[in-house]
Ligand binder design. Sequence first.
Ligand SMILES: C[S@@+](CC[C@H](N)C(=O)[O-])C[C@H]1O[C@@H](n2cnc3c(N)ncnc32)[C@H](O)[C@@H]1O
Length: 258
Amino acid sequence: MRREWFPIRARLNSSDSTLVYDGRLLHGKTRLITKLRNLATRLRGMGFRPSQDYLWQRVTWPIQERRLGIRTTGVVRLSELGVPTSQHSDYAPISFGCLRRILKRIDIRAGKDVLIDYGSGLGRVVLVAATFPLQRVIGVELSEQLTRGALDNLANSKDRLKCKDVKFIVTDATQYELPDDVTIAFFFNPFRGGVLESVYQRLCDSLDRAPRRLTVVYVHPGEDAERLFKGEGPFVLREEYNDWYNPGSFGTIMIFNS
Ligand SMILES: C[S@@+](CC[C@H](N)C(=O)[O-])C[C@H]1O[C@@H](n2cnc3c(N)ncnc32)[C@H](O)[C@@H]1O
């Protein structure tokens, strides 16, 4: 996954494997001229629209993070955390703008809806969702280190959240039984293959146990996700669109209802 042009604020401390934030660029060099040259090369390689988005994010993401009191920007490779990556995506957060537009689009029912973010990473989706009046928000994340960062973010943003019932759970999503009151399942390209199939089956099992409206938001669905959710199961595609504020090919968003 080539996302090197993201600003990175999180890295692993090699001595004790804790996650630390240092505000460096992933491949940043200290000299301004080198930075400018790198930036120009990236922008040339990306094309006009993604370049615009990239620059916009560099300016607005720190403001949004400060406003909420969180630090979620960066790329963390799962291989650095000792996780085999064949079916798992690395950590990279969704764009704030794209996320807020999705949350407005899905008509959250105050005090009723329960949202789960599969692959919650440093908690951006969970904590921004919790600024809406949801009943409960759950983040499920494979990496303990990332979840420690998410819990720091929760502690720092607590006073700014409308939803007070926020939980982060460290587990492989395949091992997590979906609570039967979850009404919104959020995926930002967290995994594929057998892992996704197993999670999909857990969504279906939960619907069998407790039939209800379950909205699935899938940001950047790969072939596996499209095949599963558009297949013969309980989900119907409600809308599919492109949000270019999520950079590059990460702009496709599909929303399904059960
Ligand atoms: C693209 S990131 C999305 C982060 C977050 N949802 C956001 O948008 O800010 C994908 C996340 O999925 C997590 N992940 C990958 N495989 C997983 C699994 N089997 N169970 C739980 N989390 C997983 C990764 O560790 C990573 O944090």
